[in-house]
Design a binder for this molecule. Sequence first.
Ligand code: FAD
Ligand code: NAI
Length: 475
Amino acid sequence: MSKQFDVIVIGGGPGGYIAAIRAAQLGFNTACVDEWKNKDGKPALGGTCTNVGCIPSKALLQSSEHFDHAGHHFADHGISMTGMTLDVATMLKRKDTVVKQNNDGIQFLFKKNKVTFFHGRGSFAKATEGGYEIQVAGAAEETIAGKHIILATGSNARALPGTPFDEENVLSNDGALRIQGVPKTLGLIGSGVIGLEMGSVWRRLGAEVTVLEALPTFLGAVDEQIAKEAKKAFDKQGLKIELGVKVGEIKSGKKGVSVAWTNAKGEAQTLEVDKLIVSIGRVPNTIGLNGEAVGLKLDERGAILVDGDCKTNLPNVWAVGDVVRGPMLAHKAEEEGVAVAERIAGQHGHVNFNTIPWVIYTSPEIAWVGQTEQQLKAAGVKYKAGTFPFMANGRARALGDTTGMVKFLADATTDEILGVHIVGPMASELISEAVVAMEFRASAEDIARICHAHPSLSEATKEAALAVDKRTLNF
Ligand code: FAD
Ligand code: NAI
């Protein structure tokens, strides 16, 4: 007889592993099936995020930022550097160590919370009276049975039609995170989140980077004023971003990659680069899940169809994270994982889609929560805006990083905060205050009246809130 579980989670990324831990905390006998493996064939829990996403990209962003500072900014502090060298192999090794620490951390958490882990691919075998049978194929080969199934199978990089990833010359996020030496020239297709983060890493390390973006506007989902400010900074850094392009034939050979493209004026161009990263979005992953065996429904994008509570069309089958609708973010996946485990336990798990923060970890960082000015205009909402530049913030001056601003958008009548947008130093950390404020439905005045430590970047947040009422103190 197959092993019985209350909850089986398929996928051990941020959506899946967190769902499994929460389910186990709630007293369910829980299993998690994940197929990701290291080069040595050993399990590597954490999914895309830990292995080829959030964590390794942030490790390389950190290393490359140190290199950039040492090369370009230390001199401002009176620190001179001579004979500075770059050892990409060590940089990549450090990144791998950081990833491994996270992989091992999740294994430890599974043990601590008594989640049973199966290393292999999980697929539906059949529906039974009490739930579902899941076939595990890989290092573990067996059939297990579960009353509730949580699908958290994530997403894969989207390839350009006719140009598969070879991970040698034409790279997905996977290959982009393990280029063995700094390419002289690097091309990126798509100036979205990966394009900007990966482009920044390799530009800082010395590559000549060109980004080809189909849309005529830069970072269309970002508040326009913030996107403009960010673009100015990227232009200054030498990140070449071409907007409104049409990408044509791509040829990959021994000498690199040649990309035929048409610019916004309709002129034919060719980009010759050593390496090409294709970052044009990601596709939900249901490969090998065998959902057909039980009649699992997908939507027109190939994502698992779910309702607002992450319920699929099948009884007691749930789906979370990148494989369902909504933003493809690790923290969104985690929140859904927790909410589903709590719903299984009869609780009222809940995800507030209006307060999911976004962060782009470039320099300057870009972070936001809630509505943009263009969204409020389109919806006909009457709002007040307040901005405060980091140039007028003492801590930013001391850091030597005064690019950017904090921007508040508040309801014109009630003063409730509707959106907060930041471009500048540590925007990734500063945005948390705005998320908390919006979750508690605070007004801009609430933030303006709270004591913020001096000198701190967070004073720019307070000042932007004051600016909504046109009464900044330091600008
Ligand atoms: P995944 O992390 O994709 O995990 C799915 C897991 O399921 C994988 O381990 C996979 O092997 C496994 N799996 C799939 N099918 C099966 C099966 N049938 N049987 C067993 N196992 C299976 N998000 C952020 O919030 N912040 C960031 O800074 C950030 N940076 C990113 C940088 C890059 C380069 C990329 C590519 C993504 C980044 N993301 C970031 C997005 C983030 O990685 C995803 O949103 C997140 O990983 C989604 O989590 P998930 O659990 O839904 O899926
Ligand atoms: P993206 O959706 O952020 O950006 C893709 C870009 O490619 C868009 O600007 C789009 O207009 C452009 N594009 C699409 N087709 C094109 C074509 N044929 N030619 C030229 N341009 C084209 O997708 P990306 O960067 O691949 O990242 C995928 C997802 O991963 C992100 O949306 C995000 O959810 C997640 N991610 C999150 C990060 C973070 O939170 N810091 C970091 C990296 C990724």
